[in-house]
Design a protein around this ligand. Sequence first.
Ligand code: SF4
Length: 381
Amino acid sequence: MDISLYIHYPFCLRKCLYCAFNSVEEPPCSPEEYTEALLREMEIRARTMVHECTAVTLYFGGGTPSLLSPSLVGRIVEAAAAHFSLRADAEITLECNPGTVDRQRLGSYRAVGINRLSLGVQSFDDGMLRRLGRIHTSREAIDAFMLAREAGFTNLGIDLIHSLPGQTPAMWERELLRARDLSPEHISVYGLSVEEGTPFAVLEKKGELSLPGEDDYVRMFELSAEVLCSGGFEHYEISNFARPGFRSRHNTGYWKRIPCQGLGAGAHSFMPEPAYGVRYANPEKVEEYLEALENGDLPCSEQRTLSRQEAMAEKMFLGLRMIEGVNLHSFEAEFGLSFQEAYGAACADLFTAGLLETRDGFLRLSPRGLLLSNQVFFRFL
Ligand code: SF4
């Protein structure tokens, strides 16, 4: 069985003001101790797998996994090869904060097997980066990109955020052009969403966060596709653009419901069996995660076996994130009923409103549907 492996490294030098990811500034253990726990978890998970597995992608996310030394990253890559038969041509990605790397470190990551970097640039505007609480400047992000190229990385991604406080469509267009000029293989663009429990949420409640209005948000979303597609990128998922042949294999697996084993505090997993699949998650708190492994237990905090209804809904709202949409033939083959039978009545008005369309056997979001995707996804829940 082909699977994806995800490694969560839940530590950051400083928490960004908008961040709701599972990450903390003060690790309760050393990187070495955390890595030992990851390796222990990997060994137990591999031993208890029902099927023989081959890992086709390995993804280091966080948090800030570029705080892990190259030698520790290398140990995890080696363990993935030993326990999950990591394929020789596997896509091995490391999320990289530009404020944490230099020439030597990037070269060492390449040497231990990382073949794709996802650089968290977020903005090329230093004032905006300070506002977001990022630890790096625009210059450092550009330097990290250049140094990664020199280190031999031929698959580089850049992450940007739009609809930031005080940002206008003209400012966003400049951000896109600067990203495009660097010629990465991949660009992800996310609209800022203010999450409960973050400093940004507090500022918003106090009326101290001047976010762009809806029209500007829409314009920035549209500009992303206009600027990047005219520069040779394919728009392949709501928030993701790639040069031909450089789509993120790991994330595509997620949208296509490929089995994924997550490892580390708060990591999520999906396995296609039993029944219509099972989703489970590790405890988010690092202390709980470590304690479970010290006791020889698997660190599982929740587990849910999917019903046919839930699996069908996932197939729709994950698959529709991709521009190509959902293959209706494969939907019917998997669930034994057609899309029309399952959702025809519930979705009729989405076709009438021009949010959904079918073409060549695929159901997909229309350009307007991409903007209002949450409204469409809600229909499947
Ligand atoms: S670096 Fe990433 S994970 Fe860490 S606080 Fe900032 S946004 Fe969150």
